[in-house]
Design a protein around this ligand. Structure first.
Ligand SMILES: [Zn+2]
Length: 361
C-alpha cells in the first residue's frame, strides 16, 4: 500500500513541473514584484499602488494555459528543434521577427515549438497601446502578463525540447531548477538590478533573454547528471508534505550541492528577468508618450497617498536614515533575508497605508 502511495505521489511530483510553468508561482510573483522598484518616479507611484495586483497576477498566463487555446506556446521556444536546419546553433540564427519567421518555417511549426520571444513583442505592442489609451486596467493586466512571459524567456529549460529532462533521464529537473531552488535559496539573493533603461529594440532584447537562457542550459543538465552519480537515490530525494500531499522531491543536500555548482545561475536568471521586465514596462510607457500615470489613480486615493508619503518621508528623516533612496521615493531593494512581498520596511509601511485607505473607502 505504502509503495502504491509513493508511486502515485511520485507521478504527481513528476507531472508537476511541466512546460509552461516556468519559475514556479513563487518566483514569478517575486520577479514581477521586484521589477516595480526599477521604475522611474513618474511610473513608480502607479505601479507601487498596484504592486499586490501585479504580484498576484504574475501567474495568470500559467493558470489559463489549459483553458485558452494557443496559450501554451507563448511560454517557451524549443530552439534546439531547429538546430539541424541551422547547423548546431539555431538560437543565434532563427529569424528574429515574426513575419520572417513565419515565412521561413510556417506558423504551424512555430506554434508547435513555441513562440515566447515573438509573443513578448506582441505584448510590448499591446502595453504601449494601453498606455496611449490611458487604460489603467489594461496597463495592469498586460504588465503582469508581460512580466510572466519575460520571466519564462529567461529560464534555460524553456528553450529546449528536453524541457523536463525527459530525453536525458532527468525527469523532474524543470521544477527542481525553477521552483525548488528559488524557494530554498532566493531569500539570500541580492536582487539589486538598478534602474530600468529604455530598450532600443525590444524584439532583439527578447531574443537576448532566450540566448542567455539557452547558453545556461548545458550546465543545468550536466551538473545534475554529475551530482546524481555522487548521490545515492535515497540521498538525492526526500519525502515532503505539501498541501496535505506526501510527495517525493529533491533533498536539501542535493539541492544545495546543485545550487552551489550552478554558482549563482538561478540568481542571475531571476535578476535578468526583473531588469528586463522593468526595461520593457519603461520602454512601452516612453513609446506611448509618457502619459501621466498618477492621473489614473483615484483622486482621493492620490491625495491620501501623497500625505502619507510626505509623513513617511519626514519620519524617515527623523530616524536619521541617511540613504538618499529613502527620502527621494526612489527604488529601495530588499535587504538579504527578507521574505517575498516585503521588499523593504518602507514598502511594507506603504502597503499597510494603502490597505487602510482602501478599507476606509
Ligand atoms: Zn509560463
Amino acid at each position: 500500500m505504502l509503495k502504491k502511495t509513493l508511486l502515485i505521489c511520485w507521478i504527481i511530483f513528476l507531472s508537476l513541473p511541466s512546460e509552461g510553468n516556468a519559475w514556479g508561482f513563487f518566483a514569478h510573483q517575486r520577479i514581477n514584484r521586484l521589477a516595480v522598484f526599477t521604475l522611474p518616479e513618474e511610473m513608480m507611484k502607479f505601479y507601487k499602488y498596484y504592486i499586490d495586483y501585479l504580484t498576484e497576477n504574475a501567474v495568470n498566463p500559467d493558470k489559463r494555459r489549459y483553458a485558452v487555446e494557443g496559450e501554451a506556446p507563448r511560454h517557451y521556444i524549443d530552439v534546439d528543434i531547429y538546430d539541424p536546419l541551422y547547423g548546431d546553433s539555431a538560437v543565434y540564427k532563427l529569424p528574429r521577427y515574426w513575419k520572417q519567421a513565419v515565412e521561413a518555417h510556417g506558423e504551424d511549426s512555430l506554434q508547435a515549438y513555441g513562440i515566447v520571444p515573438w509573443h513578448i513583442q506582441t505584448m510590448k505592442y499591446r502595453l504601449t497601446e494601453a498606455f496611449k489609451r490611458r487604460d489603467a486596467q489594461a496597463i495592469l493586466n498586460i504588465s503582469a502578463d508581460l512580466g510572466h512571459y519575460i520571466g519564462d524567456a529567461n529560464v534555460p529549460l524553456h528553450t529546449t525540447e528536453n524541457y523536463n529532462g525527459q530525453m536525458s533521464n532527468q525527469i523532474g529537473i524543470h521544477g527542481f531548477w525553477e521552483s525548488r531552488l528559488p524557494e530554498l535559496f532566493s531569500d539570500n539573493y541580492d536582487f539589486f538590478v538598478g534602474q530600468a533603461q529604455y530598450l532600443e529594440n525590444t524584439q532583439l532584447s527578447a531574443w537576448d533573454a532566450v540566448i542567455q537562457a539557452h547558453e545556461a542550459l548545458d550546465s543545468v543538465l550536466r551538473f545534475e547528471r554529475v551530482l546524481t552519480e555522487r548521490f545515492s537515490a535515497d540521498k538525492k530525494y526526500t519525502i515532503d508534505e505539501r498541501n496535505g500531499l506526501t510527495i517525493k522531491t529533491y533533498s536539501r543536500d542535493f539541492s544545495k550541492a546543485y545550487h552551489d555548482m550552478l554558482a549563482g545561475q538561478v540568481e542571475r536568471r531571476m535578476k535578468a528577468s526583473i531588469k528586463m521586465i522593468g526595461n520593457m514596462w519603461l520602454t512601452c510607457w516612453i513609446d506611448a508618450g509618457q502619459p501621466d500615470l498618477e492621473a489614473l489613480l483615484d483622486k482621493d486615493i492620490r491625495k491620501e497617498l501623497d500625505e502619507e508619503l510626505q509623513k513617511q518621508k519626514e519620519e524617515w528623516k527623523k530616524q536619521q536614515l541617511k540613504s538618499r533612496e529613502h527620502e527621494s521615493f526612489a527604488p529601495i531593494m530588499p535587504s538579504q533575508n527578507t521574505t517575498c512581498c516585503q521588499a523593504s520596511p518602507y514598502l511594507s509601511y506603504y502597503g499597510e497605508k494603502i490597505k487602510q485607505i482602501k478599507a476606509k473607502k
